[in-house]
Design a protein around this ligand. Structure first.
Ligand code: ASP
Ligand code: MG
Length: 438
């Protein structure tokens, strides 16, 4: 079996969904597990909905009900516009199906929220993937593909760390065998004998033992594909993107980019860890453990080769650049100007972990500890306030973090033109620079 992952951009409108069906038709005899993200920017819209529901006094001052209702209406219209284009007959069962799914969202938006923001977030935001997979699967069926819809929460089990669910691998393996492997082995309703089977399921979300919904962290659908590839012993994973493969820099920030033909698992882990958005950082390890190759291909040119990530040992032939904007450099020092020591570190790290703030780069000196983190409005103010109880905290925002893997001085000089370097951390293969644009 192969695992295919289609992200938000690859299902962002009716034509994109039709294109997914065209791609699947290129593999008529294969069994394929299709992992789909929420359509387009729906996850962002659902995050806005969560905020509108959770924070009674919205920032715009219009009050909870109105805001939430407006955002919800926007999300409904977006999905129903796509459905109307994909299914001209208004009698098609998908209309009912999606209406019912939205009733669940209506409830979630109307109920008095609990105290737990992350729990409410997962309950609401996860609906993006439920909606997208229902629509995609119904369309595949319509297009004559032998397909079936599965609720991933029945087999990917996590703990109750909402917004960052930790996978229970053992239980997930058992449930995958029970639900997925059994399904793929038996004929689908209406299917012909020699046809490949397609199972469509959700990326990004999981379930807990109490049947609550969790999410695996933003952009987590790649990780879902890896979890399912690992537990089904898939022959490969393909991530279908709007770029021709993995490039040595994000074309959004750099003019001259080159496609990488082949990347070792190790380099892919490093690149993703430092923030190359092309692959979610947690994706590679499970694949590496079972030597399952990961292909990154263009959904616009499915016959082109793309990039393969596998066991190759050679280093990358050119420097790779990773650029992160909206960085905040936080510098933490003891209030009494004493040295910063082990007990401080343990305090500080515990706090970062508790507040779920990811450190992108860190450096320490005798009296201070500096970290660069993403400017996350939901998490940072609280973190800084708590840190300030014990430490002197300085921060500098609107910064950029540039990471270069396989750097040389010439490439460093090139990227820091017009920038002031505030922090530099070098290792043998990687340099990280926190800079302020001049
Ligand atoms: N829809 C989720 C997000 O946008 C998961 C994903 O796209 O991978 O974060
Ligand atoms: Mg997405």
């Amino acid at each position: 079996m192969k695992v295919f992952k289609f992200g938000g951009a690859s299902v962002k409108d009716a034509n994109a969904v039709k294109n997914v069906a065209e791609i699947l038709k290129l593999f008529p005899k294969e069994n394929i597990l299709v992992v789909v993200s929420a359509m387009g920017k729906v996850t962002n819209a659902l995050e806005r909905l969560t905020d509108a529901v959770f924070y009674p006094e919205s920032k715009s001052g219009t009050g909870k009900k109105e805001d939430a209702t407006k955002v919800l209406a926007e999300i409904k219209k977006y999905h129903f516009d796509i459905i109307a284009e994909l299914f001209p007959s208004k009698d098609h069962p998908i209309y009912n199906e999606i209406n019912n799914t939205f009733v669940e969202l209506d409830w979630a938006a109307e109920d008095e929220p609990t105290e737990n923001y992350n729990y409410e977030y997962d309950k609401i935001v996860s609906m993006g993937e439920i909606l997208s997979t229902k629509i995609v699967q119904a369309y595949l069926k319509e297009a004559g593909l032998n397909s079936m819809w599965k609720d991933v929460r029945d087999f990917i089990q996590t703990d109750n760390t909402y917004r960052e669910g930790k996978v229970d691998w053992e239980l997930t393996q058992t449930l995958v065998n029970e639900h997925l492997m059994t399904a793929i082995k038996s004929p689908f309703e209406g299917g012909k004998g020699d046809e490949g089977k397609i199972i469509v399921t959700q990326g990004f979300i999981g379930g807990t033992s109490e049947n609550f919904t969790t999410t695996l962290g933003r952009e987590g659908s790649d990780y879902t594909a890896a979890i399912l590839a690992y537990t089904t012993n898939a022959e490969s994973v393909t991530i279908w993107k709007d770029v021709p493969g993995v490039l040595n820099a994000d074309p959004k920030w750099f003019d001259e980019t080159k496609k990488l033909e082949q990347i070792s698992y190790q380099d892919a882990i490093e690149l993703a860890y430092y923030g190359a958005t092309v692959i979610h950082p947690k994706t590679i390890k499970p694949l590496q453990n079972k030597k399952i190759p990961l292909l990154v291909k263009s959904f616009l040119n499915p016959s082109e080769k793309g990039t393969v990530i596998n066991e190759v040992q050679s280093p990358l032939p050119i420097p790779c650049f990773i650029f992160k904007v909206k960085q905040v450099l936080i510098s933490i020092s003891p209030k009494d100007f004493s040295f910063i020591a082990e007990d401080n570190f343990s305090d500080i790290f515990n706090l970062f972990s508790e507040k779920q703030v990811k450190v992108n780069v860190m450096q320490n000196s005798a009296i201070s500890f500096s970290v660069s983190v993403d400017a996350d409005e939901r998490k940072l103010p609280d973190l800084i306030k708590t840190l300030q109880k014990q430490y002197r905290v300085l921060y500098n925002d609107n910064l950029e973090l540039i990471t270069i893997r396989y750097y040389d001085q010439a490439t460093i000089d090139r990227v820091i033109i017009d920038k002031k370097v505030l922090l530099e951390v070098k290792s043998r293969y990687t340099v990280q620079l926190v800079v302020k644009p001049l």
